[in-house]
Design a protein around this ligand. Structure first.
Ligand SMILES: Nc1ncnc2c1ncn2[C@@H]1O[C@H](COP(=O)(O)OP(=O)(O)OP(=O)(O)O)[C@@H](O)[C@H]1O
Length: 262
């Protein structure tokens, strides 16, 4: 993937990734290695300059409205209350769009249920500016999940939050995923977050980005925050950190282009 024509920035090179249904994959790597570019390609927000992307058996050739997305900035619409923000994808994504008018009470109940799962019962009629950053991010997760996306794309969704709120949200996201079973791609700089949430952690090289390691995370689910202090969990984080440091310096990992671990 190259931005800006033949002489432009080569952001991603020889990148191949496949996700099983319901799998949770985290992508980590040095700053500027192409993680967000990968997300833009998978969600169809940016066309690839070579290669192809297939979601649900169909080649991606434009923005995918069926995919659920959440970013570092919650991007809630300030003039809509929380319930209406969460329900927004239902006004866009078929078949919900067609059914929304007739089945509004059922959809509204679903939105309220999702909000209750993330501790936002009672805030449905509040506006985004009346909520803290963490609460807005919870609402944005509900919005990403309201239309039952098969694929959930999360680009540093908790990056702007304090560590306590972040950890709360990891637990809530884990519960939501156990319930709704979407496939997930999470881009993060937080290695603890990657190891806590993911089934696999992919490490990318410095630009042009390539996937240089693919770790299976062996810890059973549901995972508890206490587990993150265990020796195995710490060892995985250290290994990821070492690989990213090596990638920043441009070293290869174990002499191999891609290491499959686990
Ligand atoms: N729209 C664009 N036009 C030109 N170059 C771009 C564009 N978007 C990204 N790039 C370049 O592509 C490379 C990869 O960017 P990308 O945002 O995907 O990295 P990243 O891994 O998500 O970075 P970070 O971890 O800092 O968020 C960078 O060198 C960036 O400058």
């Amino acid at each position: 993937m190259r931005y800006g024509g033949a002489e432009g920035t080569l952001a991603l090179q020889h990148t191949s990734l496949s996700l099983a249904r319901g799998e949770f994959v985290a992508v980590v790597g040095p700053s500027g290695c192409g993680k967000s570019t990968l997300m833009k390609l998978v969600s169809g927000l940016w066309p690839s300059t070579a290669g192809s992307v297939t979601v649900e058996g169909r080649e991606v050739d434009g923005p995918l409205s069926s995919v659920g997305m959440a970013f570092q900035n919650p991007t809630l619409l300030p003039w809509r209350n929380i319930l209406d923000n969460v329900m927004l994808p239902l006004e866009v994504v078929e078949p919900h769009r067609r059914r929304l008018r007739a089945e509004r009470p059922a959809y509204e109940a679903k939105a309220r249920h999702l909000l209750s799962l993330v501790g936002l019962s009672g805030f449905e009629r509040k506006f985004p500016h009346q909520l803290s950053g963490g609460m807005q991010q919870r609402a944005s997760l509900c919005r990403a999940l309201i239309h039952d996306p098969k694929l959930l794309m999360l680009d540093e969704p908790f990056g702007a939050l304090d560590i306590f709120t972040r950890e709360d949200l990891w637990v809530q996201l884990q519960e939501l995923c156990a319930d709704l079973k979407p496939s997930v791609i999470l881009v993060t700089h937080d290695l603890k977050e990657a190891a806590f949430l993911a089934d696999r952690v992919l490490v990318m090289s410095a630009r042009p980005g390539r996937i240089i390691a693919d770790h299976t995370v062996p810890f059973p689910r549901p995972r508890r925050l206490e587990d993150t202090y265990g020796a195995e969990f710490q060892a995985l984080q250290h290994r990821l950190r070492a690989e990213i440091s090596a990638a920043r310096r441009g070293d290869s990992i174990g002499g191999e282009e891609v290491a499959h671990v686990g």
